[in-house]
Design a protein around this ligand. Structure first.
Ligand SMILES: *Cc1c(COP(=O)(O)O)cnc(C)c1O
Length: 428
């Protein structure tokens, strides 16, 4: 049996940094990444046979836990029928119908294979539909790794962004305006200056890529109003929050709090694939008609709407619609978050935490931060000590202070209790 460190060394010889997605390398927290051999419900088991309570759930998709019997059966049946045909299948319609039934802001949806593709295509669609080039994104939000989205704020108000990655040209970043999350004043100023040139604004409604930061109600209200006033489209990136924070996703949550609220374009991923490579973007028919083959905005994919992936996604979406699913998941997640707050208070550690549905975040900060700059004021050394102490105790939290956490339906009250017991000694 190879150890995690032997596997990491072997991986690093053939895969850059030893991983196929950077966050897996544990660079933020240090130490050796765990190579996972298998998952079982709420647990993952590493190459050395050590079992962990899994609070990553593949970064969101595994809302039912690992190896849910109904999902397994659907995937096995689909695999026998065929892996891929490059021709339409009935299951694509079924999945589209299922998604549209749950998200009334969309009339049509296009299936793709990753969240990156979904947001990239959503931006292109917004540009094609409006005939405008520029768009706004917010610091701390992650929308996948396409060039125009790998951009951070320049200095000063509403300046155009700078690439955050080598290999992204200034040209690719030139039409991306980067603003501070939850800053209404800055948003108003940016629209006043460039509103007529904006194709869209893209936002994570509950940002899960700077830990867990909610868009405030005044901010979301202003965003919707300004987009409508200036003819820009509002793109909600729900790749993480979609079918994770509730059955209607984050947009249903905001629609309950802001009368008439709805996005123009939505993107989904993670949960809708149930762990398979599947994502989607959708909108009202007037917007979606701009897409090829009907319209002039090109978008395609050899494996889009893959038969095995759609089976996995459909089975997952059917399970989460069972009565009481989200009530139970939310209660469990809240129990974890409240428990952690109580432990931190006992130990005298500055701490704040929040959750919605099966998604949560916690901060070694006295109050919930409202933007990326504040998130990054976290005591990194203390977070890393906590992370490693929990990992040693068999609790697998996200290996970076700027990532959200996830609870699945497979987590039991005993798992939550075991997590809190570990935190009692780890959180110091
Ligand atoms: C994960 C994520 C993406 C990118 O999805 P991939 O499938 O990793 O390409 C985009 N947006 C958000 C909000 C995400 O959380």
């Amino acid at each position: 049996m190879a150890s995690n460190s032997e596997l990491f060394e072997r991986a690093a010889r053939v895969i850059p940094g030893g991983v196929n997605s950077p966050v897996r390398a544990f660079r933020a927290v240090g130490g050796t990444p765990r190579f996972i051999a298998r998952g079982e419900g709420a647990y993952i088991v590493d190459a050395e046979g050590k079992r962990y309570i899994d609070y990553i759930g593949s970064w969101g998709p595994m809302i039912l836990g690992h190896g849910h019997p109904a999902v397994l059966e659907a995937v096995q049946r689909a695999a026998i029928e065929g892996f891929s045909f490059g021709a339409p299948t009935e299951r694509e319609i079924e999945l589209a119908e299922e998604i549209l039934k749950l998200v009334p802001s969309m009339d049509q949806v296009r299936l793709v294979s990753s969240g990156t593709e979904a947001t990239m295509s959503a931006i292109r669609l917004a540009r094609g539909a409006t005939g405008r080039h520029k768009f706004i994104k917010f610091e701390g939000c992650y929308h996948g790794h396409t060039d125009a989205l790998l951009v951070k704020a320049g200095s000063g108000l509403a300046t155009f962004g700078h690439p955050t990655s080598a290999g992204v040209t200034p040209g690719a970043a030139a039409d991306t305006v980067v603003l501070e999350y939850n800053n209404v004043e800055q948003l108003e100023a940016a629209f006043a200056e460039a509103g007529h040139e904006l194709a869209c604004v893209i936002i994570e409604p509950i940002a899960g890529n700077m830990n867990f930061v909610r868009a405030s109600l005044p901010f979301m209200t202003a965003l919707r109003r300004l987009c409508t006033q200036h003819g820009a489209l509002l793109v909600l990136d729900e790749v993480m929050t979609g079918f994770r924070v509730g059955l209607g996703s984050a947009q249903a949550h905001y629609a309950r709090l802001i009368p008439g609220f709805a996005p123009d374009i939505s993107t989904f991923g993670k949960v809708i694939g149930g762990g398979m490579p599947l994502a989607a973007f959708g909108a009202k028919r007037e917007v979606m008609q701009h897409l090829a083959p009907q319209g002039g905005v090109y978008q395609a994919g050899t494996l889009s709407g893959n038969p095995v992936a759609t089976a996995c996604g459909l089975a997952t979406l059917r399970e989460i619609q069972k009565p009481g699913f989200f009530e139970s998941l939310s209660a469990k997640t809240r129990q974890l978050v409240d428990g952690l707050k109580a432990v931190a208070a006992e130990n005298g550690v500055p701490f704040s935490a929040d959750s919605e549905g099966g998604m949560f975040g916690f901060f070694l900060l006295p109050e919930l931060p409202q933007n990326y700059t504040t998130v990054m004021t976290t005591d990194k050394e203390r977070f890393n000590r906590f992370f490693h102490a929990m990992l040693d105790a068999g609790i697998y939290l996200a290996p970076a202070l700027y990532e959200a956490g996830f609870v699945s339906a497979a987590h039991s009250a005993a798992d939550i209790d075991a997590t809190l017991a570990a935190a009692r000694t780890a959180l110091r």
